[in-house]
Design a binder for this molecule. Structure first.
Ligand SMILES: Cc1ncc(COP(=O)(O)O)c(C=O)c1O
Length: 949
């Protein structure tokens, strides 16, 4: 075996399994299988032009050399990003632990209680610090969270405001520039008029439905917003505030002065800067708006036995069901980062957080006092961590950069300095020495931190926070390590067994891809440093853009969108800008097949388009005639078609080129949803097929781990005519020549995790990527062949083949009283996470094994599915007390003295032999969804308070 080949570690089946697998599938060779799967006219005619594959060892050396090209200066730029200290116990046991980072979104609550608890902790931190009633378990970044707040307030306009089409939204000029840019992008399609100005001069009127403020302001001044918020309320204007989480430890909570929504980032809670992301944003609001909150909320409920249990609540499902009536398209969020930020609060507790925040304030005051002694004036009368010095910015900058220090220079005569958790007295002395040199005065060293406060009583925090046990128990490393382990053990991740989630591509997230995330030269780079300090990043990001452009067969790539759904929105906004540039701004119809993922119509609506749904045929394909009819009917206004390929039914539809031609002939651009790109790489491409833009889910196809529901990266790759419109950034120029405004906060989105995909492509090379795709298709068709006798596969290609995933029909089992959920829960007893349930067809399972699973693991999964099928045969609808309905079975059930079930304990928990040596126990029985939604509780509290009776 060639131990230098990464492909042989990434791909699961061994060489000697191949023949048997092909035989089971019923083909002689891989080439024959691919021939029978993929339409001939869309096959790539040549190999991808990528650099030769590196071995893992070579890649890590290469990566270290690139990291060394980044210059890690002491950075006090602020603007929403601050260096923080990731406690090593969290780094090692969560960020570097596949038990946490390979988990899926916690839809199967019974095997996800660990991360659900961690997310409940996060929500509690947010609710306590903001003083709001409800918080969600993360959004993508502060700027997009602000846009979600604006959309929510727009949606919440009262009947009269809607009737009068009140559409003005005030945005304070104190708001961060990247946030204002994203608000601009999101306001246009909703026809919201942004009015940007000085909040102290704002003329309240009922032309406005909402207002947005920054707390503290972008240059550090802490305003008392209570008067503004009260006046806004009198004028029926709802308010949202972006608040700095660490500052809230010292400042009055916005909830206390009556705001309606609070958003922000939790990056300061131990998350590396990573050149812009990923970091978890938060969104907190009032209970009365609970049904409109974007993203996922974790809520408390009970299980079948009445025990405490957690699960995703409410609109987690509702937003998706709403489709084109959804107010948000958020799907993948920033779960891993939210888990880490929540754990930061668990580890430090309220006392630790107060220590950190007070110290940061003292550092800022010390710097200010000493700089003032040099004759400079400090302009913020009230501040937490950021001071604003009147000084010659050019002169200061020259000295600062010579001393490897970055400040923010808002104008030619001002310097803003944001101190942070990682700053110490020596660093403050370096800052003072820079100003001494500029003033031409002797440097006088500060000997200790000042304890004077510059937070006036009117804005000072008086209320306690984080009083629950969880935030006051685990402050030694041993206790913390064990708490993290306790939660981890409750969750089933890829380090236990395969997670065959259709449309999610839960493949290997190789250790070599992940290791660099811990290197400080990648972690400690602020997104707004001068480009020459981020040379390593610039090389990686440019190469990754080039690799993805080649793989998709397009002309350029933007890495800015930080989820698949953001990619959809970005792509559609680019299409919109393209039409506008040709004088076609009336083009606003978006055709979307009925089988599309819920984010597609939600994104189209957010991009100001009107969704027209096209039908599917009985065989699951797009109904070409229906599509043609609608394309012709709307030809004057057709903007785009959104199509997933291979389809969400797991099929390479042979009509795809015709479908694309129809769209083009009628003036539309083709948006390809690249969620299923794992079936295309190296064999075909969206560009070759004829699309105009696609998004990729780097967190599916390109090996970024799912993280329990994020981070994600959703780059868009575009054809020539769309390149000029790729999104920009207001601070660091990027994007096309006539770039649309920003889609997300950071210029290159979640740059840190782009390293993973860069590593994946660089180590696989052209041959390894193609082979991965072939094995993804082989593995899916192997599972299909093995379970074929027992389950009906709903759709397949013209030659009978699935693509990289397949849908199996579970609806016939209803006659036996068995629902698809029963099969999903029974799989837990067999040690497996369920495949995707009821998407895109209700009552079905969508199985996507990926190339990384070995034949042995696929066989175990197939054996489990077949065994469950036999169990279905044994039950009747009349007797619901059966092994499927009672699943999953917990250790507590098995070890009680009473056993009132009509089957053995062995059958319940050890139905197949492999389980005797590798058993996974769910920590709870089935959750009661309805109970939880009726009694919505989304923060930590004493358990007794949760229960109805
Ligand atoms: C087909 C399809 N499109 C779009 C998305 C949205 O991607 P994301 O969750 O990264 O926003 C998904 C997510 O699962 C998907 O399966």
């Amino acid at each position: 075996m060639n131990t230098f080949s990464f492909a042989s570690r990434h791909i699961g089946p061994r060489e000697n399994d191949l023949q048997e697998m092909l035989k089971t599938v019923g083909v002689d060779s891989m080439e024959q299988l691919i021939y029978e799967t993929l339409p001939d006219d869309i096959r790539l005619k040549k190999d991808l032009e990528l650099a030769p594959a590196m071995s893992e060892h070579e890649y890590l050396s290469h990566n270290i050399a690139l990291a060394a090209k980044n210059k890690v200066f002491r950075t006090y730029i602020g603007l929403g990003y601050h260096q923080s200290i990731l406690p090593a116990v969290i780094q090692r046991n969560i960020l570097e632990n596949p038990g946490w980072y390979t988990a899926y979104t916690p839809y199967q609550a019974e095997i996800a209680q660990g991360r659900l608890e961690a997310l409940l902790n996060f929500q509690t931190v947010i609710a306590d610090l903001t003083g709001m009633e409800l918080a969600n378990a993360s959004l993508l970044d502060e700027a997009t969270a602000a846009a979600e707040a604006m959309s929510l307030l727009f949606e919440l306009r009262d009947r009269d405001q809607k009737k009068k089409e009140v559409n003005k939204f005030f945005v304070s000029e104190e708001v961060l520039p990247q946030t204002i840019d994203v608000l601009k992008t999101r306001a246009i399609p909703l026809n919201i008029e942004l009015v940007i100005g000085d909040h102290e001069a704002f003329e309240f009127s009922n032309d406005f439905f909402g207002a947005f403020l920054q707390y503290p302001g972008k240059l550090g001044h802490v305003f008392d917003y209570s008067g503004f918020v009260a006046k806004a309320k009198e004028n029926n204007i709802k308010t949202a505030v972006a608040a700095d989480l660490l500052a809230l430890v010292k400042l009055r909570a916005p909830g206390e002065f009556g705001v309606d929504v609070v958003v922000g980032t939790s990056q300061r809670f131990g998350i590396p800067l990573g050149y812009g992301g990923p970091h978890a944003a938060y969104f907190a609001t009032r209970e009365e708006f609970k049904r409109s909150i974007p993203g996922r909320i974790i809520g408390v409920t009970k299980d079948t036995d009445g025990n405490f249990a957690l699960r995703m609540a409410l609109q987690t499902r509702e937003q998706h069901i709403k489709r084109d009536r959804a107010t948000s398209n958020i799907c993948t969020a920033q779960v891993l980062l939210a888990v880490m930020a929540g754990m930061y609060a668990v580890y430090h507790g309220p006392k630790g957080l107060k220590f950190i925040a007070t110290r940061v304030h003292n550092l800022a005051v010390t710097a200010a006092e000493n700089i003032e002694k040099l004759g400079f004036s400090q302009l913020n009368s009230s501040y937490f961590d950021t001071i604003l010095i009147k000084a010659d910015a050019k002169k200061i900058r020259e000295i600062a950069e010579r001393n490897e220090v970055n400040f923010y220079y808002p104008s030619t005569d001002a310097v803003a300095i944001s101190l942070n958790e990682a700053t110490n007295l020596d660093d403050v002395n370096t800052i003072i020495s820079i100003f001494s040199e500029a003033a031409g005065k002797d440097f006088v060293k500060a000997l200790k931190l000042s304890e004077t406060t510059h937070i006036p009583g009117s804005v000072e925090r008086k209320t306690e926070f984080l009083k629950n046990d969880v935030f006051n128990s685990y402050h030694s490393e041993t206790d913390m390590m064990r708490y993290i382990k306790k939660l981890e053990r409750k969750d089933l991740s890829l380090n236990h067994s395969m997670i065959s989630l259709g449309s999610c591509t839960m493949k290997l997230n190789a250790a070599s891809e992940m290791l660099p995330l811990s290197y400080p030269q990648w972690g400690n780079i602020h997104p707004f440093v001068p480009l020459d300090q981020a040379e390593g990043y610039q090389i990686v990001l440019k190469r990754l853009e080039k690799q993805l452009t080649e793989i998709t067969g397009f002309s350029a790539t933007s890495l800015q969108p930080n989820s698949g759904a953001q990619g959809e929105y970005a792509g559609l906004m680019v299409i919109r800008a393209y039409h506008e540039s040709r004088g076609d701004s009336h083009r606003n119809i978006c055709l979307i097949p009925s089988s599309a993922h819920g984010t597609n119509p939600a994104s189209a609506v957010m991009a100001g388009m009107k969704v027209v749904v096209t039908k599917s045929t009985e065989t699951g394909n797009i109904d070409v005639e229906d599509l043609r009819e609608k394309a012709i009917k709307y030809k004057d206004n057709l903007a785009a078609l959104m199509v997933t390929y291979p389809s969400t039914h797991g099929v390479f539809e042979s009509a795809i080129t015709e479908i694309i031609k129809i769209t083009h002939d009628n003036g539309g651009q083709v948006y390809m949803d690249g969620a299923n790109m794992n079936a295309q790489v190296g064999l075909t491409s969206p560009g070759v097929i004829g699309a105009d833009v696609c998004h990729l889910n780097l967190h599916k196809t390109f090996a970024i781990p799912h993280g329990g529901g994020g981070p994600g990266v959703g780059p868009i790759c575009v054809a020539e005519q769309l390149v000029p419109f790729l999104p920009g950034n207001p601070v660091i120029p990027t994007g096309g020549d006539t770039a649309i405004t920003a889609i997300s906060a950071a210029p290159w989105g979640s740059a840190l995790v782009c390293l993973i995909s860069y590593g994946y492509i660089t180590m696989l090379g052209s041959e390894g990527l193609k082979k991965s795709t072939e094995y993804a298709i082989l593995n899916a068709n192997y599972v299909k062949a093995r379970i074929d006798e027992h389950y009906k596969t709903l759709y397949s290609g013209e030659r009978g083949r699935a693509a990289h995933e397949m849908i199996v029909d579970c609806r016939p089992f209803k006659a036996k009283g068995i629902e698809v959920t029963d099969i999903a829960k029974r799989l837990i007893d067999y040690g497996f996470h369920a495949p995707t349930v009821s998407f895109p067809v209700a009552g079905t399972l969508m199985i996507e094994p990926t190339e990384s699973e070995s034949k042995t693991e696929l066989d175990r999964f197939c054996d489990a599915m077949i065994s469950i099928r036999k169990e279905i045969n044994e039950v009747t609808a009349e007797e619901p007390n059966n092994v499927l309905k009672n699943s999953p079975h917990t250790l507590a059930m098995l070890t009680t003295d009473e056993w009132n079930f009509p089957y053995t304990r062995e059958k319940a928990a050890f139905p197949l032999e492999y389980l005797s040596e590798n058993k996974f126990w769910p920590s709870i029985r089935r959750v009661d969804e309805a109970f939880g939604d009726r009694n919505l509780i989304c923060t930590c509290a004493p358990i007794e308070e949760y229960m109805e009776e």
